[in-house]
Structure formats: structure tokens, C-alpha cells
Design a protein around this ligand. Structure first.
Ligand code: C2O
Length: 550
């Protein structure tokens, strides 16, 4: 194992997309940001220097951060922000994970432009559990805003309504030929007939779950969230914000065309506005592939499901299984110390201090989001720091409420009182507690799927279904043999998902919806995992350069 060092210099840089030129926050002047490559077992040292006039933090999405919680990065959870002119060194070791993860800013909506791949190769001399691909290509799916993304969410929070949608979906930052003046900004993947390529897919979009497909090509999924899965074939993938997926694509020996469309389109059942554009990149066989804007626009498209095809999403999700082999075991907890039932969804706040006397949320309210009716309030100081110093008063409340109003009704009108409560409420856990969380989507303000992301852990997805979770029937159907291990899972619309993990990583770990607008509305909570009795079960002291909280 080695130590790998990177320097992240956060600077503004001028970028043009969709004929709009603007200055955006970047790492080292690059958009999207640089690729990090490590091997499993390596220690990664990233020195961040903040040279923009905004606060920033970085999160290494999906990295377990075993006893290195100070490097996890969410602002006001594990650190205070790195101020303009400041710096901080993130130092952590990659343990028991391999495949594709990613890094992104974790403050306000800065991750719209501050993100990049984090590739974890197997230890030297260890092969993949599938034939080595000819080439490996990171492919980050994102969203481009012509406006300043932070202004977009600021305005939404002021008016109480939903934020403006982005202006394009992107492939490695490029919108492609279906958008205005963007044919020249088309991501192109040149392939050789008969060769196999591994796409390291990352959904870095702020607010959209995405369908993904390649015309005339079948994809084989081999990895999800830096855990191997039993390979399965699919023509359409579904990938939620935060999730990563490694897929094999074998180029045709005798392609029927010189080029094919790689396409994404949103999956949503949100009432309201969204961008239903199909965005396109090009899979090219040889130099004769068409280059003109018109030709790129008429590439054969894959057949993607309708934007609201929840059945297609459920069918796809059902394919994921851990390898559960001798080399890559799936240590699924078979017994549970603590069961949690979390109702996750949207809600509302009363219309106070509105713009022009109205609020743009449902029935003249302000949109909010919650878990068990608590809309998470970001503290002003770092929760991890408060925990380390055992100074909880005035910072957090360790009495997380139980779920309200069961059963939920997915067909009727929303309940009259959809108002949420507010607080920085956390759930304390003893070290090594075995936890099961059933995440239940609520019908409040409409049923909607929520990609829930847990920091500091991979969890096993032991069960899922539609309707109300019913412990007496559903528990018996759990998969405790080879459930997939992930860090982000979508709670299905009008349904539930059950996850299990062992709380063996001391620290404070945020769990939140990875649709950034829902996170901004409070769809978040934190687990406070206490130290264990042994020296190697304790959270070490903070690094000396951790940014100070004022
Ligand atoms: Cu990818 Cu808390 O985030």
C-alpha cells in the first residue's frame, strides 16, 4: 500500500456551455474536476487550498472513512468550512472497497461544478472478478446550470417554491448535440470492434435520477458503489444521484453503423417542472464516424423508458446481488439490535416572510422535507467537534422522534397538516450496534423516490417493496444471503426499502437525500456512533489544521 498525494486548488475558471460563458468554481481550473486513482489499501492525502471567495468542503462520496471521520467533509457535520484563503488536508485510507466512487463539494450547491471520479483499483497483483477490459473510462453524468446554482437554491428558499431546473444534462461536463450550440461539446467514446470497455458511471446530477443506455449495445453491470455485484445484463440502467456503477460494454465486431448514441433521460414522478430532454454522447467506431451537428443529432437512440416508468426502475433494481463469494463475502447482519422506521418525504412550512405576500409551495406554503417529520437544521458548528468534546448542549438533540401517522395513503389527497418540525436531532448508537432502518416514502406532497445516502458506511439492502411496509410479512422475504452493498439507495416512490449495517465506525455520520434540493429542504439526519472500549475502536483526535468554527 502506498500514500497518494493530490493538490486541490479551488479557483474560479471561465467555462462556456450552451453559448453561455461564466466563471465557475473549479478544482485546479478543470471542469469536471481531476480524477483520483488509488489502490485498495492506499492512503490518500488531498491538500485543499481555497482560492475562491466562498466557503467550501470536500466529501469523498462512498469512502468508508474507518476512524477517519474528520476527513469525511460534509459542512457542519464533520468540519466547519474551509474559508476563503484557507486550506485543509484530507487524509484517509481506502479499506475493503474497490471500483468507482467520486468526490464532490459538500457545502450549499457547490457540487454542481466541484466533482470528479475517485477510482479504486484492486491491490497490486489482484485481478478483477471479470475479464480485464481493454480500456476503462470514467463517465460522469451531471447537470449544467446557466445561472449560478447557489443563486438558484437561494431563490427557491426565499420564495418557498421549487428551484429552477438545470439547463442541460452532461457527460463529463459536455451537454451534446440535443442542446443549443453544443454539438461541438459532445462527449465521444471511440471504440475498436470486438473490444470490451468498462464505463465507470457516476451520477453527479444535483436533482435527477437518470436512465442510461447505449443504442444497439447491452451493458453488463459488475460493480455498484465500490462493491462488486453478480454480473447482469441490461439495456437500460437507472442511476440515482450519488450512485456509481461499473458496466462492461463490448463493441460489436461488425457494427451496423459508424456511431451510436449514448443517452440519458430523467426518471421522475415529481409533480411540477423538470427537464425531460434526452441528452446524447457518441459511441464511435473509427474515424469515419459522423461529426456534423445534424449527424450527431440523428444517431440511433437507445429505447429509454418513459420518464415516470417506476416499474422499469423496480425491475432494474431487483437485479443487484453481492458476489457473496469466499473472496468477496457479504457479511450481512442476521440479527438486529435496533430497528428504526423512518418516514421520508416532502412536507411544508407555514408561509412566513414571503416575497409579495405569497409562498410558492403547495397551498401557499413553503416546501420543506423531513425524516419522521423533523426537517434537519444544519448546526452552526461541527457536530463531530461537539461530539469529540462532549459539548452537546445547544448544538444537537439526541431524541429522534418515532414515525408519524401510519399507515400512509398513496392514493388519497395529502393530509391537511403537512407542516414539519425543525431541529438538529441525531440518533446516538453504541459502538457495534447492528442497525436495521426501514425507509418508507410518504405520500405527503406526492409520493416520490428519494436516493438516501449514508456517510461512513456501506449498508446491505435486504428488502424493498411498494405500499406500506408490513413487518409481519415483509421481514420474512428479506434477502440475507447476497443482498447488494451500497452507500446510496433510492427509497422507491410510494414504497419502502430496508437496509442493515453494523455501527463499527465511531463518529457523526449524515444520512440524507442526494437530491440536493431535498437536502436543502432538510431531508437529512445524523447518526452519532460512540467509541468502543478498545483503543482501535475510538475516534482519533482531529487533525491540527481542521478548519476552526467561529
Ligand atoms: Cu455525495 Cu453527503 O454526499
Amino acid at each position: 500500500a502506498r500514500t497518494r498525494r493530490y493538490s486541490f486548488n479551488v479557483t474560479m475558471a471561465t467555462v462556456t456551455r450552451l453559448c453561455v460563458t461564466k466563471s465557475i468554481p473549479t478544482v485546479n481550473g478543470r471542469f469536471p474536476g481531476p480524477k483520483i486513482v488509488v489502490r485498495e489499501g492506499d492512503t490518500l492525502v488531498v491538500k485543499v487550498t481555497n482560492n475562491i471567495n466562498k466557503n467550501v468542503t470536500f466529501h469523498w462520496h462512498g469512502v468508508r472513512q474507518l476512524r477517519s471521520g474528520w476527513a469525511d467533509g460534509p459542512a457542519f457535520i464533520t468540519q466547519c468550512p474551509i474559508r476563503p484563503g484557507g486550506s485543509y488536508v484530507y487524509r484517509f485510507t481506502i479499506t475493503g472497497q474497490r471500483g468507482t466512487l467520486w468526490w464532490h463539494a459538500h457545502f450549499s450547491w457547490l457540487r454542481a461544478t466541484l466533482y470528479g471520479p475517485l477510482v479504486i483499483l484492486p491491490p497490486r497483483g489482484v485481478a478483477y472478478p471479470f475479464p480485464k477490459p481493454h480500456r476503462e473510462v470514467p463517465l460522469m453524468l451531471g447537470e449544467w446550470f446557466n445561472a449560478d446554482p447557489e443563486a438558484v437554491i437561494r431563490q427557491a428558499l426565499q420564495t418557498g417554491g421549487g428551484p429552477n431546473v438545470s439547463d442541460a444534462y452532461t457527460f463529463n461536463g459536455l451537454p451534446g448535440p440535443t442542446y443549443n450550440c453544443s454539438a461541438k461539446d459532445t462527449f465521444k467514446l471511440r471504440v475498436r470492434p470486438g473490444k470490451t470497455y468498462m464505463l465507470r458511471l457516476i451520477n453527479a446530477a444535483l436533482n435527477d435520477e437518470l436512465f442510461f443506455g447505449v443504442a444497439n449495445h447491452t451493458l453488463t453491470v459488475v460493480q455498484a458503489d465500490a462493491s462488486y455485484v453478480k454480473p447482469f445484463a441490461a439495456t437500460t440502467l437507472v442511476i440515482s444521484p450519488g450512485q456509481t456503477m461499473d458496466v462492461l460494454l463490448t463493441a460489436a465486431a461488425n457494427p451496423s453503423s459508424q456511431a451510436f448514441a449514448i443517452a440519458v433521460a430523467p426518471y421522475t414522478n415529481t409533480v411540477g417542472t423538470f427537464d425531460n430532454t434526452t441528452a446524447v454522447a457518441a459511441l464511435e467506431y473509427g474515424a469515419a464516424a459522423p461529426q456534423s451537428a445534424a449527424a450527431l443529432r440523428s444517431l440511433p437512440l437507445p429505447a429509454l423508458p418513459e420518464y415516470n416508468d417506476t416499474g422499469a426502475v423496480a425491475n432494474f433494481s431487483a437485479n443487484f446481488r453481492s458476489l457473496a463469494s469466499a473472496q468477496y463475502p457479504a457479511p450481512v447482519p442476521r440479527t438486529v439490535d435496533r430497528h428504526f422506521f423512518f418516514a421520508v418525504g416532502l412536507g411544508a412550512d407555514p408561509c412566513q416572510s414571503p416575497v409579495n405576500g405569497t409562498c410558492q409551495g403547495p397551498n401557499n406554503t413553503r416546501f420543506a422535507a423531513s425524516i419522521n417529520n423533523v426537517s434537519f437544521v444544519m448546526p452552526k458548528t461541527s457536530l463531530l467537534q461537539a461530539h469529540y468534546q462532549r459539548r452537546y448542549n445547544g448544538v444537537l438533540m439526541a431524541n429522534f422522534p418515532a414515525a408519524p401517522q401510519m399507515p400512509f395513503n398513496y392514493t388519497g389527497t395529502p393530509p391537511n397538516n403537512t407542516f414539519v418540525t425543525h431541529g438538529t436531532r441525531v440518533v446516538p448508537l453504541r459502538f457495534n450496534t447492528t442497525v436495521e432502518v426501514v425507509l418508507q416514502d410518504t405520500s405527503i406532497q406526492g409520493a416520490e423516490s428519494h436516493p438516501l445516502h449514508l456517510h461512513g458506511y456501506d449498508f446491505f439492502v435486504v428488502g424493498t417493496g411498494f405500499g406500506n411496509y408490513d413487518a409481519s410479512n415483509d421481514t420474512a422475504k428479506y434477502n440475507l444471503i447476497d443482498p447488494v452493498q451500497r452507500n446510496t439507495i433510492s427509497v422507491p416512490t410510494a414504497g419502502w426499502v430496508a437496509i442493515r449495517f453494523v455501527a463499527d465506525n465511531p463518529g457523526v455520520w449524515i444520512m440524507h437525500c442526494h437530491l440536493d434540493v431535498h437536502l436543502s429542504w432538510g431531508l437529512s439526519m445524523a447518526w452519532l456512533v460512540n467509541d468502543g472500549p478498545l483503543p482501535n475502536q475510538k475516534l482519533p483526535p482531529p487533525p491540527s489544521d481542521i478548519p476552526r468554527c467561529s
